[in-house]
Design a protein around this ligand. Structure first.
Ligand code: MRU
Length: 341
């Protein structure tokens, strides 16, 4: 096994905690502009999650945890202690920012457990830092676990953005691709555009380029043809919420990739920290799917491209049945059906 040069992948950071504020690279502007925005309140963090300044399930959870710390700093007494009552509203605002990624609710619940009826700001900050550190460690471990499943010379396809920008660093599905590439297992990397918002075009293609990993961007609609031509042996994706039976909510388009993969004998891997596994859900049937604004479909590069009056339906996640998934990797191991049931 080849050692992975993690420092190489740590140059891009989505989320930076300064002690008094949260600095976020504005993912809406990448890759054309690298600008950071500073959040000083929980409401600003919630807005940044809602408007996709920061996105990706683990990065959303980490940001929300720091949002709680910002609210605690603002509400604490001279003794540095804050009450649960004082944080109820900011926590509710953070929880309302996006519905699908369970990491948001998981991180808030973890902060609330530490908060109890009252806690020191220092203890809350310690917990948020731990959430971030544990995510990075989980990603590095999942990278090794996932890479070990990939035979030398394989082609891989990934969807959406699951790299440093979506996590505390290194990434989930992209972490597996990075580790597998470092180990000399990967012969070709393809990534989808991921319409309508374009996480693949804007973010994953850029991360791979920065890594120096040779990769090709494909249209979402080219994926089945790519599989048919025998160029990929694995589809590797992240997740926003995984039910006990392995049903996996992830970026819209993941489900059709899984169907095409099964048809062509291509294996399908989901990579996500255990914070993405929602043990309260027996299946994916009840996962709330976020609907986003029509503009994402009606415009390209800020220009209107659809006729005035066109109506839209824009679900931004879908649920892939566990039956179409060959392996789910968490930091706790490699899971096969029946997964967590
Ligand atoms: C490690 S990120 C996993 C998922 O969060 C990712 O694939 C995804 O669907 C992100 O959606 P987004 O709408 O960009 O937040």
């Amino acid at each position: 096994m080849q050692d992975v040069d993690y420092a190489r992948y740590d140059r891009i950071r989505a989320v930076t905690w300064t002690g008094q504020s949260l600095r976020l690279i504005d993912q809406r502007l990448l890759p054309m502009q690298q600008l950071w925005t500073t959040c000083s309140t929980a409401a600003e963090v919630a807005a940044a999650i809602q408007n996709l300044t920061v996105r990706g399930a683990p990065a959303i959870g980490i940001s929300a945890a720091y949002g709680v710390v910002l609210a605690a700093q603002a509400a604490a007494g001279a003794d540095g202690v804050v009450s649960a009552a004082a944080l109820a509203e900011p926590i509710a605002t953070l929880a309302a920012s996006r519905p699908t990624a369970v990491n948001l609710f998981w991180a808030l619940a973890r902060m609330q457990r530490v908060l109890g009826s009252a806690a020191s700001v220092a203890r809350l900050e310690e917990e948020a830092v731990a959430i971030e550190r544990e995510d990075l460690a989980a990603n590095r471990h999942m990278g090794q676990l996932g890479a070990s499943l990939i035979a030398k010379g394989s082609g891989v396809l990934t969807h959406c953005n699951t790299g440093s920008l979506a996590t505390a660093g290194f990434g989930t599905a992209l972490g597996v691709i990075r580790a597998a590439y470092a180990e000399g297992r990967v012969a070709a990397v393809f990534n989808t555009e991921t319409r309508p918002w374009g996480q693949g075009t804007r973010l994953t293609a850029w991360e791979l380029l920065e890594d120096g990993i040779p990769a090709k961007l494909i249209a979402d609609s080219a994926a089945a043809h790519l599989m048919k031509t025998g160029q990929v042996q694995w589809v590797i994706v992240g997740a926003d919420r995984i039910a006990r039976n392995g049903d996996t909510a992830n970026k819209i388009g993941t489900y059709q990739l899984a169907i095409a993969a099964r048809h062509h004998g291509v294996k399908f891997m989901v990579v996500a920290p255990s914070s993405t596994v929602d043990l309260s859900m027996a299946s994916g049937e009840h996962i709330e799917i976020e609907l986003r604004e029509a503009r994402e479909l009606l415009e390209a590069g800020g220009q209107r491209i659809a006729a005035n009056g066109v109506q839209t339906w824009n679900p931004v996640f879908d649920v892939t049945p566990g039956a179409l998934i060959d392996a789910i990797i968490t930091e706790q191991g490699v899971f096969k059906a029946p997964f967590f049931a």
